[in-house]
Design a protein around this ligand. Structure first.
Ligand SMILES: [Fe+2]
Length: 293
């Protein structure tokens, strides 16, 4: 482990340069550059060994994510929740949402919301609608059946986006870290929830960086403040530019993702005509994050 959180506690403080510079150089030097570097092979995801757990924790420290193999475990929601418990995350948002919304498949539920279709999903973190005071910090996936064709994900650690922004436009980053940038907007009524708003980047009480962003407009009311508009434009252009740190890979059957809700896309896919063979990924989201301490 690098123990960056204790070694460089001020790395996310825009008024302090030393911790940032040292951490930045170390982080960029060891950041994984391909899916292969993100993989941890587990014998059984529901009963991981101390060595396997340590490997997961090391990768999560480097990149806020890893890809794992399920091993002998059943490919099910229960297995995914069991993996979470072993990594210190258990506080899911399931009670607040549609009961089938954690089975990512072409079901057309929730008025054909985009995760439940075969369409391309642009860069986002999950659950931007919860506000930055109680946000989703971890996102786990487990693939039971991949698509016939396509359906891969691009992923990018939000700490890398923080670094890219801080190096290019620290003032824009300052706005995204300090101002109320967007609020939840009910897509049906257009009503704006004042209490479900907040920042785009911020640190939580344990000193880790949180992030929420989406290109999706239907449930997000971005601030009209001139500084926020300008900062958002910088951030969006950097998302679209897709730096060399973006990793793309496809979760095949028996592969999954552990992440602290990193930025991701889903590429469009061709699905099976047979309902029993359609692409199916299990998903869980947690208010807590993969615990490194
Ligand atoms: Fe997502």
């Amino acid at each position: 482990m690098k123990h960056w959180n204790t070694k460089y506690p001020e790395r996310f403080n825009l008024d302090s340069g030393e911790d940032y510079k040292r951490w930045r150089d170390e982080k960029l030097a060891v950041y994984p550059r391909s899916v292969g570097e993100l993989v941890v092979e587990l014998g059984d995801m529901t009963a991981i060994t101390e060595t396997e757990k340590e490997k997961i924790r090391e990768l999560v420290e480097l990149a806020n994510m890893c890809v794992y193999t399920a091993g002998s475990a059943e490919l099910s929601m229960e297995s995914l929740l069991a993996l979470g418990r072993q990594l210190g995350v258990s506080d899911t948002d399931k009670a607040r949402r549609h009961s089938n919304s954690d089975e990512l498949t072409n079901s057309g539920i929730l008025n054909n919301a985009i995760p439940f279709t075969t369409r391309h999903v642009r860069w986002h973190t999950d659950a931007t609608y919860f506000g930055s005071d109680k946000t989703i910090q971890a996102l786990f996936l487990l693939c039971k059946r991949p698509a016939v064709e396509g359906g891969s994900n691009k992923v990018l650690d939000h700490e890398i986006m923080y670094i890219l922004l801080r190096d290019r436009d620290p003032d824009a980053l300052g706005v995204l870290m300090n101002k109320n940038c967007f609020k939840y907007k009910n897509p049906k009524t257009g009503e704006i929830a004042e209490h479900l708003g907040g920042k785009v980047f911020w640190t939580n009480p344990d000193g880790n960086l949180c992030h929420r962003f989406s290109f999706r407009q239907m449930d997000m009311a971005w601030s009209e403040d001139a500084d926020v508009k300008a900062a958002r434009a910088v951030l969006e252009s950097m998302m679209l530019a897709e730096s060399g740190y973006v990793i793309e890979g496809r979760l095949e059957s028996g592969l999954g993702l552990v992440s602290n809700n990193v930025l991701h896309t889903r590429e469009k896919l061709v699905d099976s005509e047979d309902d029993a063979q359609k692409r199916l990924l299990f998903r869980t989201r947690f208010y807590d994050r993969v615990n490194l301490h």
